[in-house]
Design a binder for this molecule. Sequence first.
Ligand code: BGC
Length: 812
Amino acid sequence: MRASHAHLDHLLAALTLDDKVRLVQGADFWTTAPIPSIGLRAMTLSDGPAGVRGPRWDERLPSLNLPSGSALGASWDEELAERYGVASAVEARRKGVDIVLGPTINLHRSPLGGRHFECLSEDPELSGRIGAAYVRGLQANGVAATPKHYVANDSETDRFTVDVRVDERALRELYLAPFERAVQAGAWGMMSAYNAVNSVTMTESDLLESPLNDEWGFDGVVISDWTAVRSLAAVPAAQDLAMPGPHTSWSELGSAVRDGSVDEADLDRKVLRILLLAERVGALGDREPMPQAEFDGVAFAREASAAGSVLLANDGMLPLDVATIRSVAVIGEPARSPRTQGGGSATVIPEQVVSPLDALRMAMPDADVRFALGAEVSHTMAELPLTQLTNPITGEPGVRISFADSGGDELFADDRRSSSLVWFGGDAPLARSATLTVSTIFTPAADGEIELGFASSNHAAMSIDGSIVIAGRPAVEGMDLGAAFLQPPVLSADVTVERGVPIELSIVFSIDGGDGLPLDALSVAVGTVPKRGDADALIERAARLAAESDVAVVVVGTSTEVESEGYDRSDLDLPGTQDDLVRAVVAANPRTVVVVNAGAPVLLPWADHAAAVIVSYFGGQEFGPALADILVGAVEPGGRLPTTWPRALHDVPVVEVVPVDGTLTYDEGIHVGYRAWLRAETAPAFPFGHGLGYTDWSWTSIDRDGDDLVVGLVNSGRRRGKHVVQVYAERADSAVERPVRWLIGFAVVTAEASEGVTCRVAIDPRRLAHWDDGWRLEQGAFTLRVGGSVDHLPLSLSWESTPEGERNNRDA
Ligand code: BGC
């Protein structure tokens, strides 16, 4: 460890072997073991990273739902990312959480990656700096960050077992680089990934020691991804904490130390790190807790969503001229039911979500804002609306749940306000239960046939008014276990109902653990599967509404079926008939803005014909209000693409995410993202770094001042605005293979109309160096190019790199 912590050595000496063994394994799903004799309390870990769920997955304990990682990356704004960390720390403290499992700083290696929404960008400099800022914001408020997943966990297919083959240079220059920045920011935790890298599973990998500890000086705790520790072989590796507990692959650790097969010094080292972490988060001794920061999380979520929204195209339609607009057609399923976050372990339960439709109605009270569905996006089961549910015991809105043992005796009961229920840890006695019964009285809102059912990876029987209508175990097909858990398969039946006539629903789920999922995890839902409507009629109705309105706003997006943790995408298309919908609406009304509600790139084949296109990513709970702010011009869309958006899947340079015989080879080496596009000389639909605001900029000057690049630009438009100054390096005559150009720095500037600004970007020679068994800096000149995207770089300068030795002499 970096510093000496003699007082921790004393505590270590006071611990028995059993204490130490307990300390390096989770006490349960989300906590570490307390050891009161040395003043150590349990530490609580929680998923995020776009908000903090807390140790309970429970609608009664809601969380702030921040915009997705991809939206944060799109802000290119370190100051905002730091406040994102502060917002998360405030949430963590409110929920008694000491350690947040984030930020997710794996790279957008391929747009097909299913968990892309959670990661920040395709570029290590951007991901590294935004991730580091998040870490600082969190930890400045006494909450540990756990950047994840170390390392090369950049896609989802077979993520538990895949062996990623990646060369040393790509590892150093791309995949490890954001983690290095997080360590420089002082990260107290780090999550080791499920996958293997170059044949060794990450919890046993030498990469945990080198470069993480020995080179970068990490002195925090390496926390395993959930169940990623496979054996005692992870003990001599620098894997510190096996999660979740209490049953881990280290259950034999005590006897292994006793019989000498594991060195106690390896265990002691882990314990010391865990004690240091405990001290840092205030879990050791009786230190006063840090004062809690004052923070308006909801206002921040709104600001961050606008800051991470990218205006891809605008023919001048935006911002809307609110005074002259009498009618607005709002179209699309996500306009009414937006995706505010990606699916999977990152899920939080927001207290309130304001849809784009409602937000626009509020923002344009004098206009007639009408809605048409236009296309169906999601065909997964929807939970039953709370307003139509009555708990049979309390008479309140909701459901009654009851866990019973094999003799039928009730062990635990609760009254819940949702028909979609997840136990991921928590207080239900899952291990001792044989069944879970969910009962409710459901009052249909319309007459007719509905498809009613349940979602579960377990066997279940559903009865209506006392008679069983379906029983069975929904088939889990080809999905990863985590996905089967977080999005369990469905069994459903057609049921004829009458409006206002209540039916008694009871679903008995068996708890058999037979699905191979970790103990203490259960996920079930009761709901309806949407019936497929007439797609042409939906489009026609939407186009008619658009034609009758002054302007149209179409919101399109991905569904949880195609974009979530646990699986990758097989194509980049918008699901269903959404492309046809956009084409029809654009044809019906040329004053159409299209809003893309997806966590990662999708193809926009109609983009050249829409008056304006905005990418909002998964915008968090305030996505609607933030979008309305942008549309009416109260704020500017502040984002720049953190990832290249392709025109067609066959243009995408890196598409291999499916392992072959268990191996996924990063054949492209250092050519990922825009680096790969530049090498292939293929033009994407929208390049890395691209994004418009509501003002114009002209680039005026570029100079060198010591190690800083000084860039001048003028806001030549008519309103205040933000721009992102992006600095790329080129090395035309390099002795080594290089990307055509690569990002080495960036800065956010703001200026009033007609105002000129200069901004300084420090050029760290490391950003010019390449890895060749060590960092090497080629002598001679690099060309630095500056502008507003990787494809638009009006300024350039020749930059003589200063060798490390000379810099040190000069500084001395
Ligand atoms: C995910 C992690 C997450 C953990 C706990 C894993 O499946 O990969 O990112 O923190 O579960 O929920």
